[in-house]
Design a protein around this ligand. Structure first.
Ligand code: C5P
Length: 404
């Protein structure tokens, strides 16, 4: 669970997005967090404290005069226990209050009273698009950011008022991903990471082609982990049915040649290149622009193949990699003799780090086990979820970067 041991104070302010806070509260708890809900009077117009108490399994606080606290200082006690305060939804009015350091209700009082260096404040704004775009809101947002508030951004789309645009609160699963990312160590700040992921598809004709069973899950997990670690991430994805991690720029490609062009281009501005894609070794020498048809004589088509470029080997031998500005990581999916094959592949591809895994045990699965091979030897990362392994791999990469 990604939030085990974390105690989060979830603040609700007045807005229709309060209904999403109920789901968010459950999602945080499912990931192992304990959640203490604090609500403003306006929030209680949209969702009852009873609902939030039932979901969080704790009584809700909504008054600075709460006699349950022996010292009668809930604003002090609640904030001292928190690993973070998350205001979701955060109304335009509440942003303005935070900005001015107003403290006339429990939630704003608690935000002001929190130890600013130890208890981070995260806000998920939620409002009508005109309110969001208003210069006053944008001015407040900039000031809140420079005061150290972590603004989680807003979504775009249909709004409860019937209008369309920016300003709706992010969905609970998006907010959960943001909160989890917030707590990850920032090991790759300032780095630009490119990840290739998934299979490639080599067309035979307009309706047929050759591909493989790579699901893309490991590469997507690495892209997410690198983003969580503070890097700017581009994810070059072959045809896969996966949703890109939040905050990651996705480039969809189909063939090995498309992936090659995108990767060579992105690698020129990057500091880390991770090749997880299962790139087809060969492609049909020619692609028919019309569907190949069966004929009455039963003639079977003959396919000729040509070799695809080795994207990793080419990027790893670029001038940028040679002068140490680009750290390259390769993957090897093997069926046996992992150490021997991974060691040989590392030298053949000329990469500092090669990650071996057993192909049949990883394709399509949510977990995996990795064997990291570098010039010093081998390190095992035992079986775990792909996301957890991706985080460990990011930490291993960070340790090996030239600046370390
Ligand atoms: O040679 P092999 O396909 O086993 O090498 C696997 C590694 O090389 C992976 O990191 C894969 O993404 C990368 N690769 C590549 N371009 C290819 C073939 C493999 O980038 N054409």
């Amino acid at each position: 669970m990604d939030l085990s041991g974390k105690h989060i104070v979830l603040g609700l302010t007045g807005g229709i997005a309060c209904y999403k806070a109920a789901e968010l509260c459950r999602a945080l708890i499912k990931q192992g967090a304990t959640v203490q809900v604090v609500m403003t009077d306006a929030a209680a117009q949209f969702i009852t404290p009873v609902t939030m108490q039932a979901l969080s399994n704790r009584t809700v606080y909504d008054s600075q005069w709460d006699a349950r606290e022996r010292n009668n200082m809930p604003h002090i006690n609640l904030s001292r226990e928190a690993d973070a305060i998350l205001i979701a939804p955060c109304s335009a009015d509440f942003m303005a209050k935070l900005l001015h350091g107003r403290a006339d209700d429990l939630l704003s009082l608690m935000c002001l009273a929190r130890p600013i260096g130890a208890v981070p404040l995260l806000i998920a704004p939620a409002m009508n698009r005109e309110m969001w775009a208003h210069p006053a809101t944008q001015r407040n947002l900039a000031q809140l950011r420079s005061d150290g508030t972590h603004v989680l951004g807003v979504g775009n789309g249909d709004q409860a008022c019937g209008e369309m645009g920016d300003g709706r609160m992010l969905e609970p699963d998006e907010l959960l991903e943001e909160v989890i990312a917030f707590f990850q160590p920032k090991l790759l700040v300032g780095h630009k990471v490119v990840v290739t992921a998934g299979p490639t598809f080599e067309a035979i004709d307009p309706v047929r082609g050759i591909t493989n069973l790579s699901s893309g899950k490991m590469g997507f997990a690495i892209a997410r982990a690198a983003h969580e670690a503070g890097a700017e991430v581009r994810l070059i994805a072959g045809p896969v049915a996966l949703i890109a991690p939040r905050g990651v720029t996705r480039l969809d490609v189909r063939s090995a040649l498309d992936m090659h062009a995108a990767a060579v281009d992105c690698a020129q501005q990057s500091t880390i290149f991770v090749a997880t894609a299962a790139v087809a070794d060969w492609r049909p020498a020619t692609t028919s622009d019309q569907k190949l048809k069966k004929d009455s004589a039963g003639t079977t088509p003959r396919l000729e193949f040509v070799e695809n470029p080795d994207i990793l080997a080419e990027v790893a031998s670029s001038e940028r990699a040679a002068r140490g500005a680009l750290y390259c990581v390769g993957f090897a999916a093997e069926s046996h003799d992992l150490l021997a094959h991974a060691t040989a592949k590392r030298l053949r591809k000329n990469v500092p780090l090669l990650v071996g895994n057993i192909g049949p045990a990883t394709f399509g699965q949510d977990d995996n086990a990795l064997l990291l091979v570098d010039a010093q030897g081998a390190t095992e990362l035992p079986r775990n979820t792909k996301l957890e392994l991706a985080r460990q791999l990011v930490a291993e990469i960070a340790k090996r970067l030239p600046s370390h």
